[in-house]
Design a protein around this ligand. Structure first.
Ligand SMILES: *Cc1c(COP(=O)(O)O)cnc(C)c1O
Length: 400
C-alpha cells in the first residue's frame, strides 16, 4: 500500500486528535526512519524525546524479546525478578533512594501530584483537602483531566471541564512569583526545568536554584517534570543538574524505555516515597516484568554509550551550526544539549510550512506552538549526520 492509502484509512477510522506530517513510517534504525515508499528521513523529533537511544536499539530489542519469551506481566499482586533490579539500577543511576513505576508520563505526573498532596497532609500537616500545588504558565504535563485543569493553554481545556481544584498558576521563569504564591497550604511546586512543549523555553539562569531555595525555606516540595528533559536529552542526566538542583521528586518517562513501551516513574527518597501505603496507588501494567527488563536495558544504553556526554557535545555542535545560518526568518535559537528550538519571526508564516519543507528534504521535525521548530534528534547522533542535516536545514530556513 502507498502512503496516501494509509493516510486515507487513518483519517477515516482514527480520531483526529493530532495533526501529523504526512509521512507514513514503516521502519526505524538509529537516527533514521523509512517510509512505506522506502524514502529515508533523519528523525529530529525522537518521538518527543522518547527515542534518546535511537530507533529499535539492538540491546533494548534483545532485552525485550528475551523477556517476552519468559514472562511479561505478573501484576504487582505478585513479584517478579526484573522489577527489583530496575528499582536498584534506577537508584544507582539517579541517586534517588526509591521509585514508583507507571506507564505514560501523564500517569507519573498524577502519581507525583498524589504523593505531593499526601506529603502535604501527612508530613506538613495541611488541613485535609486544602493542599495547593503551584505550577507555571505555559506548562505541559500531559492530558488527563487533573493535568489540563492547570494548563494555561485554553485550547487544551475549552470543552473539557469541570476541572480539578488545588492548583495555582504563576509566570514561568519568575522565582519571586512562586514565593508570593506560597501559602501555609502549599504542598509543592511542580515545574519543567525547560518547557519543551511550551516552545523550548529556557528560564533565566539561576531560576531553578532560586526556586529550590524558596521551596526549602517554606517547607514546600519541589517536583521536576523531566519526562522530556531527563535521561540525557539536555546534556546532563537531568536538566536540573545544570543548576546543581536536586528536586524532592523527579518525574521521568519517554526515554525510560528507549521508545519500546510506555514506561514512566516518579523518583524520590524514602521519607517521601515511603508515604505510599499498600492499596493507595497502583497500575496493572506499571512495573511489569517486560517493562522493567526494557527499562533496565534502556538505562544501560544511556550509560554504556555515554549518551549524556554525546548529547552535550553534539548539542553544542548542532546549535553552533544553526547559529551560522543566515536566514531572514530566524528570531532566536535556544536550547540545551539536543533539545533545541528555532523560533521564527511572526511574519515567517508559521513553523508548520518549514517542517513540511524539511520533510521534503528528508528531515522530520515538528513545530511546537506556532513559530518554533524543535530539533531533538536521538542522542546517539554524530557530527557527520549533523553536517548532512545542516545543508538541508539551511536551504529550508533560507526559502522565501
Ligand atoms: C510528554 C510529556 C508528558 C506526558 O507524557 P505522556 O507519556 O504523553 O503522557 C508530561 N510532561 C512532559 C514535560 C512531557 O514532555
Amino acid at each position: 500500500m502507498k502512503s496516501q492509502e494509509y493516510i486515507k484509512i487513518e483519517d477515516r477510522f482514527g480520531a483526529h486528535n493530532y495533526h501529523p506530517l504526512d509521512v507514513v513510517i514503516s521502519k526505524g534504525k538509529g537516527v533514521w526512519v523509512y517510509d512505506v515508499e522506502g524514502k529515508k528521513y533523519l528523525d529530529c523529533l525522537s518521538a518527543y524525546s522518547a527515542l534518546n537511544q535511537g530507533h529499535v536499539h539492538p540491546a533494548i530489542l534483545k532485552a525485550m524479546v528475551d523477556q517476552a519469551k519468559k514472562v511479561t506481566l505478573t501484576s504487582r499482586a505478585f513479584r517478579n525478578d526484573q522489577l527489583p533490579l530496575f528499582y536498584k539500577e534506577l537508584a544507582d543511576m539517579t541517586g534517588y533512594e526509591m521509585s514508583i513505576p507507571m506507564n505514560s508520563g501523564a500517569e507519573a505526573v498524577e502519581t507525583a501530584l498524589k504523593l505531593a498532596r499526601k506529603w502535604g497532609y501527612a508530613v506538613k500537616g495541611i488541613e485535609r483537602y486544602k493542599a495547593e500545588i503551584i505550577v507555571a504558565n505555559g506548562n505541559f504535563h500531559g492530558r488527563t483531566i487533573s493535568i489540563i485543569s492547570f494548563s494555561s493553554e485554553q485550547f487544551y481545556k475549552n470543552d473539557f471541564g469541570p476541572f480539578t481544584p488545588g492548583f495555582v498558576n504563576v509566570a514561568y521563569g519568575d522565582a519571586a512569583a512562586i514565593e508570593k504564591a506560597i501559602t501555609p497550604n502549599t504542598a509543592a511546586v511542580m515545574l519543567e526545568p525547560i518547557q519543551g512543549e511550551g516552545g523550548v523555553l529556557i528560564p533565566p539562569a539561576g531560576y531553578l536554584k532560586q526556586v529550590a531555595e524558596i521551596c526549602k525555606k517554606n517547607n514546600v516540595l519541589l517536583v521536576a517534570d523531566e519526562i522530556q528533559t531527563g535521561l540525557g536529552r539536555t546534556g546532563k542526566l537531568f536538566a536540573c543538574d545544570h543548576e546543581g538542583v536536586r528536586p524532592d521528586m523527579v518525574i521521568i518517562g519517554k526515554a525510560l524505555s528507549g521508545g519500546f513501551l510506555p514506561i514512566s516513574a516518579v523518583l524520590a527518597d524514602q521519607p517521601i516515597m515511603g508515604l505510599f501505603q499498600p492499596g493507595e496507588h497502583g497500575s496493572t501494567f506499571g512495573g511489569s516484568a517486560l517493562a522493567a527488563a526494557v527499562g533496565r536495558a534502556a538505562l544501560k544504553v544511556i550509560r554504556d554509550e555515554h549518551l549524556v556526554e554525546n548529547s552535550a557535545k553534539m548539542g553544542d555542535y548542532f546549535m553552533s551550526k544553526l547559529r551560522g545560518i543566515q536566514s531572514p526568518h530566524i528570531k532566536e535559537i535556544r536550547g540545551k544539549g539536543l533539545l533545541i528550538g528555532v523560533e521564527l519571526k511572526p511574519e515567517a508564516g508559521g513553523a508548520r510550512r518549514f517542517c513540511e519543507a524539511l520533510m521534503q528534504k528528508q528531515i522530520l521535525a515538528k513545530e511546537t506552538h506556532e513559530n518554533v521548530i524543535r530539533f531533538a534528534p536521538p542522542c546517539i547522533i554524530d557530527q557527520k549526520t549533523i553536517d548532512w542535516a545542516m545543508v538541508r536545514i539551511t536551504e529550508v530556513l533560507q526559502m522565501k
